[in-house]
Design a protein around this ligand. Structure first.
Ligand SMILES: [Zn+2]
Length: 83
């Protein structure tokens, strides 16, 4: 199942297998389908639509948004969609 998250009042969808973040559920589902069937590899056509990635740091999850190399070290905490 893809995971719905809310960050800064915006809704995002996450592939729970590879942790890539998408703007719509359809693309996240596509990614998860691909990840399920092709462990360890990613579909370029799908992952190119990702806007970020979930990163685990000391038991907490963060979104790392793809915003160019200058901000590649920025990690943003997000809250889940249910609370
Ligand atoms: Zn995936």
């Amino acid at each position: 199942m893809v995971k719905e998250i809310v960050y800064n009042g915006k809704r995002y969808w996450v592939c729970e297998i590879c942790g890539l973040v998408y703007l719509d559920r359809e693309t996240a589902s596509e990614c998860e389908e691909f990840c399920k069937n092709n462990p360890g590899s990613c579909s370029i056509t799908t992952t190119s639509k990702a806007i970020g990635r979930i990163i685990l740091r000391e038991g907490r999850e963060y979104i790392k948004f793809y915003r160019g190399s200058r901000s590649s070290h920025l990690y943003d905490l997000y809250s889940c969609g249910c609370c």
